[in-house]
Design a protein around this ligand. Structure first.
Ligand SMILES: Cc1cc2nc3c(=O)[nH]c(=O)nc-3n(C[C@H](O)[C@H](O)[C@H](O)COP(=O)(O)OP(=O)(O)OC[C@H]3O[C@@H](n4cnc5c(N)ncnc54)[C@H](O)[C@@H]3O)c2cc1C
Length: 424
């Protein structure tokens, strides 16, 4: 059963979100909820069945799902709540969250602190303006990884990979294991864009050729990819004529970069760094919007999962501290509400400690005029805190009453005061 308000709500259950939730709980947050659009916790790690995860942080070389499982267990043991198969649609700057889920329907939740951990999405063909026909057989490397490792179907048999990012190199090896022939990895930059260890373990060890300063000039094929035209480029990424080569293949995988998934962040008023495309953050991973934190690839693209987890810990700890401070601040406050014949009261809230220093003035407007003797009363629902008499009350004239310093002890016992302006 979902609560209406949580100390910390984490959006996304990859390594960043899992770490943030676990750490928020350890730091003292009472209610922590993870909202995940997938049916399982774990994020992208669930489809990364190769090893290479946890080498730095856990000093173990684990496959992705095993790494995720460590933190999933901690999530369950620590009492973090989870809402799976639920997509967050919107967040307001005041940390109101709108989510939709097949089983629980539309949910509106409030959080004292939010951790954004939504990761990135992969750049597609359109984003790199790849020319040529539009046949089937062009996939992002992550989509091909999902097909191969989760859905159990191979994306193709003769593969060309554009981009030397880690996902592309890992898929080159993975598809080779499954019997596909990876013809070539083409990289437009004069250097490798992924980890050297992946170049050695995924390309060199399997004799998969890598061509730097090369790109795909054109995709060829009608219903299905039949070939790509590869070409060498100069320093300005312009084709070097005389170097064009047709490479027959049935599949082109794109491993051409990731874009942090920040549509939700923008809706909440979070400012993004134009270089990383992720939020500007402070040392606790707090964005410019108070109480909204971010961790993992949604901030910038990490090379190793260990550093993603580490960022999740930092964000979760800071988010919990923020939420706890919020609770304390609210506990110190008393709400001032309009009662009988009162339209509004200003201020709307008062710090109880302010009465230790001076009387506190409340200003208001009445709804209807009262001619003759009038009481302006402030009550805590049961006891009268202060009462002031005056000769009349009219909507056109502001009414004022002071809560005296001597009411300090009584005010400490309540969280709301009501003001009434009534006939004597
Ligand atoms: C193919 C591949 C190979 C890799 N290999 C290695 C390696 O060998 N070693 C290593 O250390 N690292 C590796 N990494 C890097 C590492 O896995 C990632 O950096 C890390 O998983 C990113 O974590 P994250 O929590 O930011 O995102 P993710 O794990 O992607 O989690 C984000 C989660 O947010 C959810 N989400 C997004 N939007 C919403 C929404 N609106 N509502 C609800 N839920 C939402 C998503 O469903 C997802 O579950 C690899 C990554 C990939 C893709």
């Amino acid at each position: 059963m979902l609560k209406q308000k949580y100390d910390v709500i984490v959006i996304g259950s990859g390594p960043a979100g899992l770490a943030a939730a676990v750490e928020a709980k350890k730091t003292g947050a009472e209610d922590v909820l993870i909202i995940e659009r997938d049916r399982e916790l774990g994020g992208i790690l669930l489809q990364c069945i190769h090893n290479g995860f946890g080498v730095e942080l856990l000093k173990e070389d684990l496959p992705g799902p095993a790494y995720a499982q460590r933190y999933i267990e901690e999530v369950h043991e620590s009492g973090v709540e989870t809402l799976l198969d639920a997509m967050v649609l919107d967040i307001s700057p005041s940390r109101h969250i709108y989510a939709i889920s097949e089983w629980s329907g539309f949910a509106e939740l409030d959080a004292r602190a939010i951790v954004l951990a939504m990761d990135c999405r992969e750049r597609t063909r359109a984003q790199i303006r790849l020319r040529g026909s539009r046949p089937a057989g062009v996939y992002t490397a992550g989509t091909a990884q999902r097909f191969t490792n989760i859905e159990g179907s191979l994306p193709g048999e003769r593969i060309v990979i554009l981009g030397s990012g880690d996902i592309g190199m890992i898929m080159a090896r993975r598809l080779t294991f499954e019997g596909a022939k990876v013809e070539r990895v083409l990289e437009i930059m004069p250097f490798l864009t992924g980890l050297t260890r992946n170049y050695v373990q995924c390309l060199l060890d399997f004799d998969i050729p890598l061509q730097l300063r090369h790109t795909v000039a054109r995709i060829i094929g009608n219903r299905r990819v039949e070939a790509v035209e590869a070409v060498q480029v100069d320093e300005k990424w312009q084709p070097v004529e005389g170097t064009r080569e047709i490479i027959p293949c049935d599949t082109l995988l794109l491993s051409v970069g990731l874009i942090p998934e920040n549509e939700l962040s923008k809706k909440a008023g979070v400012l993004l760094d134009p270089v990383t495309n992720g939020p500007f953050v402070d040392q606790g991973m707090q964005t410019n919007v108070p109480g909204i934190f971010a961790a993992g690839n949604v901030v910038h693209v990490y090379d190793l999962v260990d550093w993603v987890t580490e960022a999740g810990f930092v964000a979760g700890r800071a988010a919990a501290k923020y939420a706890i401070a919020q609770r304390k601040r609210v506990a110190r406050q008393v709400k001032l509400q309009a009662g009988a014949n009162v339209r509004y009261v200003v201020p709307h809230v008062m710090d109880k400690e302010a009465l230790a220093e001076s009387d506190q003035k409340l200003q208001m407007r009445v709804v209807s005029p009262i001619e003759g003797k009038v009481w302006v009363q402030v009550t805590d629902g049961e006891n009268q805190i202060v009462r002031k008499g005056q000769r009349y009350a009219r909507p056109g004239e502001m009414v004022t009453v002071k809560i005296p310093q001597k009411a300090y002890d009584e005010v400490q016992k309540t969280d709301r005061l009501t003001v009434n302006v009534v006939a004597r």
